[in-house]
Design a protein around this ligand. Structure first.
Ligand SMILES: [Zn+2]
Length: 463
């Protein structure tokens, strides 16, 4: 606490924008040309595609949350992070039946969801575990152990989250343009470079200290030893959400359950992207999704099949832009046609949304998906991310609906799912978020059970 009147001789901070330096910077910042047609509809590739009449039996929604809490261990600012990734499996048919009989009894509504979450505690500032050297090294070990001991299926033939991660790690180029250093500052190797490996292994220098495959994520490099680590925890959560999605798909493959994807949709919270130090994961996930999609085509004996997966962004520049678009040039609302998808090209994004003169395509190194807007039948505005399952999907110079796998089905699903209670949001994501906020360890392997149920129904239908 400051002493009374200690700061009294300072004037209250002026509004930032009045500051001379801010004004000088703003004078140098380029301004978007303010022409009325600058936001006109014909600039957007409004696809003629109409929603299909397809609805899945189940929707899997994946959503994470994180929190950081101060702990008492005698050291100042000591904190522990908590990361949760919830998966909610929503029974769509049951939901639609309930929806027809409004108002829905919340208790009844709960029965259409089956939740499972993975969660873990991670050392933050001034928390040092076991014999580790510091909080950073404690975080590295705890992150590795979190990956190591989480697994969707109890079956022995199925892999852990660590195995999934290590399968993705194989896609990472050995020589990328930002070489990684050994996590130990006093490593005795000449170049102090990080040696990539599997599981837990030993640095080859005389200190012979532990290294982990998960060190290649480089999340620990951004740990702040003297304060809050919210941004590092957010990064951990985003990575875990996306690896969990791949883990789910690989588990289905290992259990020979890929045909359930014909009746299942997967919805992720946020963009289909990985930012920051672990951004290399995005191209690994892109390659792996493409591989799984090919295997799924074979499993269902249908060349035209694509898995139905998309991300939903609730906030950010794209959402803000879409809201503006819907306002129209004269500020009126609801101008966009309902049940229409707008497909975004690189040019459109750079001119209208994320200002850039770069030659490199938007999101080249961070996205394994691309964006489209959709306005549902109820008028809700959705920023969706559709996965890049082949090279053509990723050509951002063009925006054609064939580059957005299962788009008509996604549109139809969004019409069904968008919550009346929460505008511009999607019901299962709301549920996933609620689950994520209350850590649950049901350990019931719900997903696996439902997948088995789906499989038995599929084989019954075939018979
Ligand atoms: Zn070393």
């Amino acid at each position: 606490m400051p002493y009374e009147n200690e700061f009294a001789h300072y004037k209250p901070i002026k509004r930032i924008t009045e500051s001379v330096q801010v004004q000088a910077l703003l004078k140098r910042a380029r301004v978007k040309p303010d022409s009325p047609e600058s936001i006109s509809l014909d600039m957007v590739a409004l696809t003629q595609l109409k929603p299909s009449d397809w609805t899945p039996d189940f929707v899997l929604a994946i959503d994470g949350s994180m929190d950081e809490e101060r702990v008492k261990n005698g050291y100042p600012s000591a904190a522990i992070g908590y990361v949760t990734v919830a998966s909610v499996l929503l029974d769509v048919a049951k939901m639609m039946r309930l929806d027809a009989h409004r108002p829905v009894d919340p208790k009844e509504f709960r029965t259409i969801e089956n939740a499972e979450s993975i969660d873990g505690a991670l050392p933050g500032c001034n928390v040092v575990i076991d014999e580790e050297l510091s909080a950073v090294h404690s975080f590295r070990r705890a992150l590795f152990e979190l990956f190591q001991c989480r697994q969707m299926s109890e079956s022995e033939k199925c892999e852990s989250v660590l195995d999934t991660y290590q399968a993705l790690l194989k896609y990472k180029p050995i020589n990328d343009n930002s070489p990684q250093r050994c996590p130990y500052e006093d490593c005795l190797q000449l170049d102090q470079s990080y040696q990539r490996g599997q599981d837990e292994y030993i640095c080859s220098c005389a200190h012979a200290r532990s290294l982990f495959s998960t060190d290649a994520l480089r999340i620990h490099e951004f740990m702040k030893p003297e304060g809050s680590n919210q941004s590092m925890l957010t990064e951990t959560m985003n990575v875990l959400e996306r690896i969990w999605m791949v883990h789910f798909l690989r588990t289905l493959e290992q259990e020979k359950l890929l045909p359930v994807l014909q009746r299942l949709a997967i919805v992720m919270d946020g963009p289909l992207a990985v930012f920051g130090a672990p951004a290399w994961l995005s191209s690994a996930i892109k390659s792996e999704l493409s591989r799984i999609n090919d295997v799924a085509k074979q499993a269902v004996a249908d060349d035209k099949f694509d898995l139905l997966l998309f991300g939903v962004e609730k906030t950010g520049a794209f959402m803000e832009h879409l809201t503006e678009l819907d306002k129209g040039p004269n500020g009126e609302h609801d101008t966009l046609p309902r049940q229409s998808a707008m497909l975004l090209t690189d040019d459109y994004i750079k001119q209208r949304i994320i200002f850039s003169n770069s030659e490199r395509e938007y999101g080249r190194n961070t996205y394994f998906g691309r964006k489209a807007f959709y306005k549902t039948t109820s008028g809700a505005l959705i920023v969706l991310n559709s996965p890049l399952l082949n090279e053509d999907h990723g050509d951002l110079k063009r925006a054609e609906y064939t580059q957005f796998p299962r788009l008509a089905d996604i549109m139809s699903l969004l019409d069904t799912l968008v919550s009346a209670r929460y505008r511009n949001s999607v019901t299962p994501l709301i549920s996933a978020h609620a689950e994520a906020a209350i850590p649950m360890n049901l350990g019931k392997r719900v997903l696996e059970k439902l997948a088995r149920q789906l499989m038995s129904e599929t084989s019954k239908k075939k018979a």
